[in-house]
Design a protein around this ligand. Structure first.
Ligand SMILES: Nc1ncnc2c1ncn2[C@@H]1O[C@H](COP(=O)(O)OP(=O)(O)OP(=O)(O)O)[C@@H](O)[C@H]1O
Ligand SMILES: [Mg+2]
Length: 469
């Protein structure tokens, strides 16, 4: 099996994998970014509140000092755990909380600038660090000094560490759930595609009656399935029409061939019979008719295949009309009258247009009682060509179907001068009219008499004609 066949598709090259991977990567990035942001924000806000509390404490101690109410030991109130020192201008400790009584000053040097300063300290002789230290200037009875308030950040670090650990375990779990949900959801979305593909691959040229399954949801995949089914319906219709055409064509050719065979066999059996010459004449007539029929069938088959259009040129329709009238008159049997002819130039295939006129002329002659009348007029943009006869006409309900291949309206057939054709003439006419961007309609005679009027409208070759539009 070639590697690019869908069946050979690897699991990691499918839409399902790619969508899941892309979406989960985005989710993973978002989770990571929000996790980091949360941890950093938490740490910053905890440190900020630690600093605020320490600053408060420094100010309280400073006001005690300023009021002369401070002894050598600073007492902690309530749950405060900060370490406090008051130092004089030479950085000697003059008061401290009991836990660091007698210890070195927290800062080896007071901060410069004489304003309240907050800084971090990694280690200190007393207590477990790291610390945040607030140093606030204070006025001592002996001169200026500083209050140092040191608070351990261990608890903050522990809280932040806990949150980070929680995220470290929780976020990958969330990601796993997201990946699983995406894999399932995308799998559900594309499952119908696989069903459609499997069915489509089993539909062969012989059996076009199958249809791909249409999912119940009304999404893009459902409309793709509907479109595919419509296409299959059209293909099935085309295949059916083609089979019908081949069947009808074979049927049309079989009867005259069988008749020919009999006639030739009779002539062969009695070569000396003078009737053989007559038979040969008859055979010749039939062969001519069959060749014409085969030419007609070929024309239809080619146009059904969408064959490229014949070479086109500017054609004087009035010339074609006059020669057709001449031809009908020469055939005799019916009066042929010209009910007006105007110069009309159209663009197209002269051969096809002559064939169009000939088919309509033959039909009119076949069905007329006594008179065929031809007319060519023009409007601003159209050449209007009509062939009228005084036969039985065509009933309104038959006016579409006579243009179908092999359609013959039975009782009309028995009356034709030529003894009936194959029923392809008008379908050829319709095809030629379409090729020339025109229209054809069957109408009643304007004078109310019995008979048929075939009216063909073709665009005049103005401004380069329809083939240049
Ligand atoms: N002028 C007309 N008046 C009455 N019926 C007509 C006329 N022209 C065509 N028809 C009917 O339409 C049918 C189809 O015409 P069409 O020209 O396609 O076939 P055909 O003349 O029977 O055979 P072919 O043209 O292939 O030799 C005819 O069999 C006939 O019944
Ligand atoms: Mg005909």
């Amino acid at each position: 099996m070639p590697p690019n066949r869908p069946d050979a598709r690897r699991w990691y090259s499918g839409i399902r994998f790619r969508v899941t991977l892309t979406a989960s990567s985005v989710v993973a990035l978002m989770l990571l970014a929000s996790g980091i942001t949360l941890v950093v924000l938490l740490q910053q806000s905890l440190i900020a509140s630690l600093d605020a509390a320490a600053t408060d404490r420094a100010q309280t101690v400073a006001s005690l000092v300023a009021g002369g109410d401070l002894g050598p030991t600073v007492t902690n109130t309530g749950s405060e755990s900060s370490l406090v020192q008051v130092v004089d201008s030479s950085n000697s400790v003059v008061a401290a909380t009991s836990s660091i009584d007698g210890q070195e000053p927290i800062l080896a040097q007071p901060p410069s600038g004489g304003v309240t300063t907050v800084l971090s300290l990694d280690r200190m002789p007393a207590g477990d660090g790291p610390f945040r230290v607030v140093a606030a200037p204070v006025r001592l009875p002996t001169g200026s000094g500083w209050v140092y308030v040191a608070t351990s950040t261990l608890q903050v670090d522990a809280a932040v560490g806990n949150l980070a650990a929680l995220f470290g375990v929780g976020l990958p779990l969330v990601l796993l759930i997201v990946v699983w949900a995406l894999w399932r959801a995308v799998g559900q979305v594309i499952r119908p595609v696989d069903a459609i593909r499997r069915r489509a691959s089993s539909i062969g040229g012989e059996d076009l009656s199958q249809r791909v399954p249409v999912p119940e949801r009304s999404d893009e995949i459902a409309s793709l399935a509907v479109t595919m089914n419509e296409m299959l319906e059209r293909l099935e219709g085309a295949a059916l029409r083609q089979r019908q055409f081949v069947g009808d064509a074979s049927h049309e050719l079989r009867s005259p061939l069988a008749a020919l065979q009999v006639q030739v066999e009779v002539a062969l059996a009695h070569p000396e019979d003078p009737g053989s010459a007559l038979i040969l004449e008859d055979v010749h007539g039939q062969v001519v008719r069959m060749s014409a029929l085969i030419a007609d069938l070929l024309f239809l088959a080619r146009s059904a295949e969408g064959a490229p259009r014949r070479a086109t040129s500017l054609v004087d329709l009035d010339d074609l009309v006059l020669s057709e009238m001449q031809r009908l008159r020469e055939l005799g049997g019916r009066a042929v009258e010209l009910d007006g002819v105007r110069a009309a130039r159209v663009e197209g295939s002269e051969r096809d247009l002559a064939r169009l006129l000939r088919n309509l002329g033959d039909n009119a002659r076949d069905h007329a009682r006594s008179l065929v009348s031809i007319r060519l007029t023009t409007t601003e943009k159209w050449a209007e060509f009509s062939v009228t006869d005084d036969g039985d006409g065509i009933r309104a309900e038959d006016r579409d179907r006579v243009f179908e291949r092999f359609t013959r309206l039975d009782d009309a057939r028995s009356r034709t001068v030529r003894g009936g054709g194959a029923g392809v003439g008008l379908s050829i006419v319709r095809q030629i009219v379409r090729d020339h961007h025109g229209t054809i309609t069957i109408e009643d005679r304007p004078d109310g008499q019995a008979g048929a009027v075939f009216l063909v409208r073709l665009p005049l070759a103005l401004n380069g004609g329809p083939f240049h539009s």
